[in-house]
Design a protein around this ligand. Structure first.
Ligand code: G4P
Length: 554
């Protein structure tokens, strides 16, 4: 740490000497605070199911010493085969509380990996998690290339200019040609790439990678226990390369020349602004290319970044604590109805037992058991810093997007809800339990499991979700957690759109004519229920001054 006395001369000029001990304390506190922020890297790994996200996460945790054996994270997966087996999903949801955030220290850096559900029916959960990270690593299967879910996830990252690193996995298997893969990624994901490593052959003939970033050669061994060490290799024309990789040496030289000619040189600022994305090749299962990825990641990935509120931008270095809830997880134990709200700390130092303002409720709350997540373990924490995620036990005070501050009225922006894709009317199946049903629906939708709309004319409740699975989850949880029964009735809906307009007359006319197709969301905002793509198109053409929004972020 820098010399406090020297720093004091700049920070507190003209102060009396008798104040010195106090000032030294304050200065040292401030420096620790800044150091703590700067050593944090908070990110998510995203991929289409089966590309290798879990395997890669696990290998990173092994390097961080956060787990000792492979297989520990695996159980967190909600497998696609389990779509109707949702007792299993409940069990796995329980596990996923523990693995929602996996923190570990590596070379003095505090790495926070936020877990994202792989199952497509939980995509919205993933989108929200992406608001709480500062960067992402996208895993692509070398044989399959870009898959559907990767496209949607990357689109959300691009909208937010989130820095992205691409890890091309499963190089030990026969796959697509490296150039072809990069072309596909650039086109389908609209990204500009810059390879920081380059594969030497692939599949059964895979020999390793050349790290462009560190000018080193990493030779592959198909061995899960082995960690490849790179050898510095600056002079690629040397005959030693031929000795090491035989006939692949010439191909490597030619390909690297081509890479240099075609792709821009790596520049950290371009990566941080989301303009270019570094690419690595490897095999997570064989522990190959993972350490190299991690070593580079901790150097180039962004330190915690600020966020916009509706009122002003907040920077992490600000002294006062602020944070927002991006995920809520119900307790799995039916005897304890509380939930865990996951808060991303944006600025200041969070302290246990200190009163904070819940801005929406205009109430002070204290948290006696804030939870930190270190891989598989949960522990009570006394303080946390920007970039960290804390879990707060909650008896129903929080909903997604809520802001906590030290008193200032701020509302964090950018926790999107997307227009759902599946809809059902929800009806009470047990007239004695209508209160329980209303409370259950309110709380489950606060958690972000689904969206709730109320028909303007009919007063009927409509649930909208991203996937089929949520309907089952809701019915099950209503019964088991709230003692309420519901039944679903079909509704023929294509999409919902939030509507706004400056043209009040046109909006009023639309609302009168389309009264049967209007609903209110939970915040009371107007939503148009479009029965078909055609109905939506006609409405948009006939009412050009009305904006139809497909995400709630407008
Ligand atoms: P996901 O979280 O993205 O869904 O993928 P996950 O890590 O579970 O990996 C999916 C499958 O791909 C797993 O096989 C895993 O072992 C395999 N895999 C991951 N990385 C590599 C790699 O570098 N090379 C090869 N050849 N395979 C890899 P599985 O049979 O579905 O599961 P398991 O039985 O191995 O657990």
């Amino acid at each position: 740490m820098s010399n406090p006395r020297r720093g004091l001369l700049f920070l507190y000029p003209g102060k009396k000497l008798s104040h010195l001990p106090n000032l030294i304390d304050r200065y040292e506190d401030q420096m620790t605070f800044i150091d703590e922020i700067n050593r944090r890297r908070t990110f998510a790994i995203v991929s289409h199911p089966d590309a290798g996200k879990t395997t890669l996460t696990e290998k990173l945790l092994l390097y961080g010493g956060a787990i000792q054996v492979a297989g520990a994270v695996k159980s967190n997966k909600i497998r696609k085969t389990a779509t109707s087996d949702w007792m299993e999903i409940e069990r796995q949801r329980g596990i996923s509380v523990a693995t929602s955030v996996m923190g570990f220290d590596y070379q003095g850096i505090k790495v926070n990996i936020l877990d994202t559900p792989g199952h497509k029916d939980f995509a919205e959960d993933t989108f929200r998690t992406l608001t709480a990270v500062d960067s992402v690593i996208v895993v692509v299967d070398a044989a399959k290339g870009v898959e559907a879910q990767t496209e949607r996830l990357v689109e959300v990252c691009r909208m937010r200019n989130t820095p992205i690193i691409v890890f091309i996995n499963k190089m030990d298997r026969p796959g697509k040609d490296a150039f072809e893969l990069l072309d596909e990624i650039e086109q389908k994901l609209s990204l500009h790439l810059t390879p920081l490593s380059w594969p030497i052959n692939m599949g059964p003939k895979f020999k390793g990678v050349y790290s462009i970033y560190s000018s080193s050669l990493y030779l592959f061994q198909s061995d899960k226990q082995h960690i490849a060490e790179g050898v510095a290799f600056n002079d690629l024309s040397s005959s030693e390369l031929d000795t090491l990789i035989g006939e692949d040496a010439e191909t490597l030289r030619n390909e690297l020349e081509l890479v240099q000619g075609v792709y821009p040189e790596f520049n950290r600022n371009d990566y941080l602004s989301g303009a270019i994305c570094p690419v690595f090749f490897g095999s997570a299962l064989n522990n190959f290319g993972v350490k190299e990825l991690l070593d580079c990641f901790i150097r180039i990935a962004p330190t915690p970044i600020g966020r916009d509120t509706e009122e002003r931008r907040i920077e992490p270095q600000e002294e006062k604590f602020t944070g927002f809830v991006f995920k809520i997880h119900a307790n799995m134990d039916p005897n304890h109805r509380d939930r865990i709200a996951f808060v991303r700390i944006v600025s200041g130092r969070f302290e246990r037992n200190k009163p904070y303002t819940h801005v929406r409720l205009k109430r002070e709350l204290k948290f006696s058991n804030p939870t930190a997540f270190m891989a598989q373990k949960k522990s009570v924490l006394d303080e946390a810093y920007p970039g960290d995620i804390v879990g707060l036990y909650d008896a129903g005070n929080f909903k997604i997007g809520d802001t906590l501050t030290e008193g200032e009225v701020l509302n964090y922006k950018g926790i999107p809800s997307f227009s759902p894709e599946q809809f059902r009317y929800v009806e009470n199946a047990d007239p004695m339990k209508s209160k329980q049903l209303a409370k259950g629906l309110e709380q489950l939708t606060d958690e972000g499991v689904a969206q709730l709309f109320t028909g303007k004319m009919t007063g009927r409740k409509i649930i909208g979700t991203v996937g089929e699975l949520q309907f089952e989850v809701i019915q099950y949880r209503l019964l088991h957690e709230y003692g309420a029964s519901c039944r679903y009735e079909p509704i023929s809906l294509y999409k919902t759109a939030w509507i706004t307009s400056e043209n009040e007359a046109q909006l009023a006319d639309f609302k009168t004519r389309k009264a049967l197709n209007l609903a209110a969301d939970k915040e009371g905002r107007d939503v148009f229920l479009a029965e078909s793509p055609y109905a939506l198109q006609i409405a948009m053409e006939k009412y050009p001054d009305i904006q139809f929004h497909f995400t709630s972020e407008f």
